[in-house]
Ligand binder design. Structure first.
Ligand SMILES: Cc1ncc(COP(=O)(O)O)c(C=O)c1O
Length: 460
């Protein structure tokens, strides 16, 4: 055995760092520290519960050699279980809700697991729900073990015996508040119980999402109606057995959009590449901090890695198509141009030019599109690289043909004093806005410019 090496990947789970947030928290007096659980080998804190629950199942004789591990999982627990199964030689079947990201599903299949995808918007008791399907599979497949992270108390025991003592040792208990997103309740309950035993004054605060029933139940003891939401991993539409509300002092409730925008900010300003529930947790921590009379040291557990959300939260098209990029288009185009420090000058070409001249101009200056003006300086068209180069290569146009043959109609003319909302739809359809002042062209605005504007304005 090589010195310093771990005997297998399961031994590499845990020991994740705690780091201070320095930028996204600049408007609050409290300090926020984050436990980077995405640094576990499978990319989430669920590596811990996967290994722990299965070790216990073997000890208790519930999982026997050659058996099949079955679980309803939002993806992360599946990876943790699959890693353990790979090392110990077991088969896995995972049941997922169809709102889970494609990366999570592909990941589990890559581990050799069978993946069954079920509809998200059905009641837990519905035979199509992923809870019902998991249970049915476990009842019908011989020598199978249904892990059931919701009601298997070794989920919260994992965090009581492992994650929380690790954080306590790292910090020597030097924090006032512990916060974590809640799903099965394992993290908040296991950590909460351990910290309450060691630190009588600690506050334990869960982060739930709009649409979930957990925080409402904690406050009122009543089960309310659940509504759909897009965040993955946080919130539930029933109360799993892992909850012990006596160790949870309070909840903060956050929405999809603010959570996704904060997830992006964590990466942009703190270099922390985490999943959506991490953004939710930090929104919750900031809301909590804003209500405090004295500054607190807040420790927040971030559950999983951002690379499971590359096609969603970290994809501009997905964010904008779903309305998560702040659609505050209620701003004058002139202000947008000023914020972008555009220099009010735009390269144009005359309507008597040839296609060859337009291509040379674009080539020389690196433009992808050029507005075409007549002798009076009025806009008569737009030529774009896409509409010019291919037809020339295919022999449809000659280089000395007149430019008007290659006009593109993918533009909208708008005065700089109009609101951005008047061109927002066109820009999102990848058209360009030709900006005029007193009828004369002064600038061009593209979808990328608008994204730059919003990111400068701190909206992403
Ligand atoms: C990404 C993510 N965040 C938060 C949670 C919530 O943690 P717990 O189930 O321990 O309450 C989960 C659990 O599935 C998760 O996958």
């Amino acid at each position: 055995m090589m010195k310093g090496a771990k005997p297998n990947v399961l031994e590499a789970i845990g020991g994740t760092p705690i780091v201070k947030l320095n930028h996204v928290t600049k408007d609050i007096d409290s300090e926020v520290y984050v436990k980077l659980e995405y640094m576990n080998p499978g990319g989430s804190t669920k590596d811990r519960i996967g290994a722990y629950m299965l070790d216990q199942a073997v000890k208790e004789g519930k999982l026997k050699p050659g058996g099949t591990i079955i679980e309803g999982t939002s993806g992360n627990t599946g990876v943790g279980l699959a890693m353990w199964a790979a090392i110990h030689g077991y088969k896995c079947i995972f049941v997922l809700a169809d709102k889970q990201s494609k990366e999570k599903i592909d990941n589990l299949r890559a581990f050799g697991a069978k993946v069954v995808v079920c509809p998200t918007n059905v009641e837990p008791e519905d035979p199509r729900s992923y809870y019902s399907v998991s249970k049915r599979l476990a009842d019908t497949i011989p020598n199978s073990f249904y892990v059931n992270q919701y009601d298997n108390l070794h989920n919260r025991n994992t965090h009581y015996n492992w994650t929380a003592p690790e954080m306590f040792e790292q910090t020597q208990g030097d924090f006032d508040v512990f916060m974590a997103g809640v799903g099965t309740g394992g993290t908040i309950t296991g950590c909460g119980k351990f910290f309450k035993e060691k630190m009588p004054n600690v506050e334990i605060v869960g982060i739930d999402c709009v649409g979930s029933i957990i925080a409402h139940y904690h406050k009122t003891g009543e089960i309310c109606e659940a509504h759909s939401y897009v965040l993955e991993g946080v919130g539930e539409d029933f109360i799993p057995e892992n909850y012990d509300f006596s160790v949870i002092d309070d909840f903060e409730i956050v929405g999809d959009k603010e959570s996704f925008l904060m997830t992006r900010k964590l990466l942009k300003y703190e270099g922390i590449y985490a999943g959506g529930s991490a953004g939710a947790a930090i929104c919750g921590a900031i809301k909590y901090a804003q209500k405090q009379k004295t500054p607190k040291k807040i420790l927040v557990l971030l559950h999983d890695s951002g690379n499971r959300y590359a096609s969603k939260i970290y994809n501009d098209d997905w964010m904008s198509d779903n309305g998560y990029l702040d659609a505050s288009f209620n701003v004058q185009i002139a202000d947008v141009l000023q914020e972008l420090e555009k220099n009010n000058s735009v390269e144009t070409i005359k309507d008597n030019a040839t296609i060859g001249e337009a291509i040379s101009l674009m080539d020389g200056k690196g433009f992808t599109q050029i507005p075409v003006l007549n002798n009076a300086g009025d806009i008569v068209g737009l030529v774009s690289e896409k509409h010019l180069v291919k037809p020339v290569l295919m022999g449809e146009f000659q280089r000395d043909d007149n430019i008007s043959l290659a006009f593109s109609n993918k533009y909208k003319v708008v005065d700089k004093n109009e609101l951005l909302e008047n061109v927002a739809e066109a820009l999102l359809k990848k058209e360009v806005a030709l900006i005029t002042e007193n009828g004369k062209l002064v600038d061009i605005l593209t979808e990328i410019d608008v994204l730059h504007y919003f990111s400068k304005k701190d909206r992403i």
